[in-house]
Ligand binder design. Structure first.
Ligand code: NAI
Length: 468
């Protein structure tokens, strides 16, 4: 069987690439080893976690806001079985939708583990032990990433007591004390889910801040909000051991700056210390595909690996490990293969943490601008001064707009607050078009909306806010 493109990996990078390639008239095959398409994101990542995050956020609202809003419902109670059913149903709707999209776009799909045999050839090992070979002018590697574990620490994941993000999506009962190793995105999102369901949650983080790499002011205020919700933080602490102890586990950590080690007991431990590119079983070394020093597939500006006609995208290459970044790369590489000008603007990739409130960001942080020696103006506006936020009892947080001091071009926007993950996109569109804080501030925003805080923060950067 011969194709124009074979895509290995059916996650957001791979399936989007396959659809775009098919739309551009290329004969396309997609190889996936799971039973369902969608990769980590749809099956055990973004989608199921959002089902749990939404449901438990509703619980939080019912517990803490309904009374003040004038709604009496008695004491709300979570039903873990039903929550999990909602999660599974959400995943299933998405995976079924992907089967439909593959058929609609006439993409040939192969179930099995793909291996690159060299230029133009892929072997697919099926579960039955059989292997078949298919050929194509172009191969796209989109095999994603896997749990990295803790560097230098032996962690025996059983996905019941010592879990990765996968196990943390399906605890059979709410852990009494959940210790989260790593105060990054996964740790805070899934830690939030179980905290809302009643677990005591302790986050142990190596850095002096949670959400390292996010804007420092945002991270600091966000940590205070999570602490108010009951999460405990041990920062500047390097975890050196995670081990089963009795029915639970013990987590040992030491201050990064030096000092005595400490061990805390937990009913469950979520290890969320990052992910690593997944290149196993692909036969890359034999095929001559070169990896970089961090095990990622090395690509050029056109996503091509060291072997002509073999491309790579998504978590398996450099850059943020985000589904939407992989999707953009999937579209771009399909366009390049079809002879068009595919391109990804890496300066404008939004990042969202789906906690309550949400944290969202696009472009540069203040720390990055300072480090690069860029002169900038910063405009800030708090949701406490926004009428809609008051009406919804969602006044926590703020918007910050960072613009180039000389040109006023917007370089970064950071939001912590209700609906931040939706609001961030007006900033992304503005930045994609090279807009200024004046452009943003002079764009009429509907009243009353949370988004008016974005306009006001832009006004604060370029002139003065009206409502403060
Ligand atoms: P992460 O890189 O976001 O955070 C890992 C944290 O673990 C870091 O803060 C690091 O300092 C800490 N750490 C590392 N070793 C440690 C040690 N020995 N002791 C204590 N702390 C230690 O990784 P995470 O949260 O596992 O997420 C993996 C990937 O998945 C990330 O690239 C993330 O962006 C992506 N993701 C994105 C989501 C979103 O966009 N909403 C949701 C979930 C995951």
């Amino acid at each position: 069987m011969s194709y124009d493109v074979i895509v290995i990996g059916g996650g957001p990078g791979g399936y989007v690439c396959a659809i775009k390639a098919a739309q551009l008239g290329l004969k396309t095959a997609l190889v996936e080893k799971r039973d369902t398409f969608g990769g980590t994101c749809v099956n055990v990542g973004c989608i199921p976690s959002k089902a749990l995050l939404h449901a438990t956020e509703m619980l939080l609202e019912a517990e803490h806001s309904f009374d003040a809003l004038g709604i009496e419902i008695g004491k709300p109670k979570a039903n873990l079985g039903k929550l999990m059913a909602h999660k599974l149903n959400t995943v299933e709707q998405n995976t079924k939708g992907l089967v439909f999209l593959m058929k609609k776009n006439k993409i040939d799909t192969f179930r099995g583990t793909g291996r690159v045999l060299g230029e133009g050839k892929v072997a697919i090992a099926g579960e039955d032990g059989g292997t078949q070979e298919i050929e194509a002018r172009n191969i796209v590697i989109a095999t994603g990433s896997d749990v990295a574990g803790i560097p230098g620490v032996d962690v025996a994941f059983d996905e019941k007591v010592i879990v990765s993000s996968t196990g943390a999506l399906e605890f059979g009962k709410v852990p009494g004390h959940l210790v989260v190793v790593g105060g990054g995105v996964i740790g805070l999102e899934l830690g939030s889910v179980w905290a809302r369901l009643g677990a005591r949650v302790t986050v142990v983080e190596y850095l002096d801040t949670i959400l390292g790499g996010m804007d420092g002011e945002v991270a600091k205020q966000f940590q205070r909000m999570l602490a108010k919700q009951g999460m405990t933080f041990r920062l500047g602490a390097r975890v050196t051991g995670v081990a089963k102890a009795g029915k639970g586990a013990a987590v040992t950590f030491e201050p990064v700056k030096g000092g005595n080690a400490e061990t805390i007991e937990a009913d469950a431990v979520l290890v969320a210390t990052g992910r690593k590119p997944f290149t196993e079983e692909l036969g890359l070394a034999k095929a001559g595909v070169v990896l970089d020093e961090r095990g990622r597939v090395r690509i050029d500006g056109r996503f091509q690996t060291s072997i002509p006609g073999i491309y790579a995208i998504g978590d398996v290459v450099a850059g943020p490990m985000l589904a939407h970044k992989a999707e953009e790369e999937g579209v771009a590489v399909a366009e390049i293969i079809a002879g068009k000008a595919g391109h990804v603007n890496y300066d404008v990739i939004p990042g969202v943490v789906y906690t309550s409130p949400e944290v969202a960001s696009v472009g540069k942080t203040e720390e990055e601008l300072k480090k690069a020696g860029v002169a900038y103006t910063a405009g800030k506006f708090p949701f406490t001064a926004n009428g809609r936020a008051r009406a919804m009892l969602q006044t926590e947080g703020f918007v910050k707009v960072l613009a180039d001091k000389a040109t006023d071009r917007v370089l970064g926007v950071h939001i912590v607050g209700f609906g931040a993950g939706e609001m961030i996109h007006e900033a992304a569109v503005l930045m994609e078009f090279g807009g200024s804080s004046e452009d943003l501030a002079r764009t009429c925003h509907a009243h009353p909306t949370m988004s008016e805080a974005v306009k006001e923060a832009a006004l604060a950067a370029f002139s003065r806010p009206i409502h403060m």
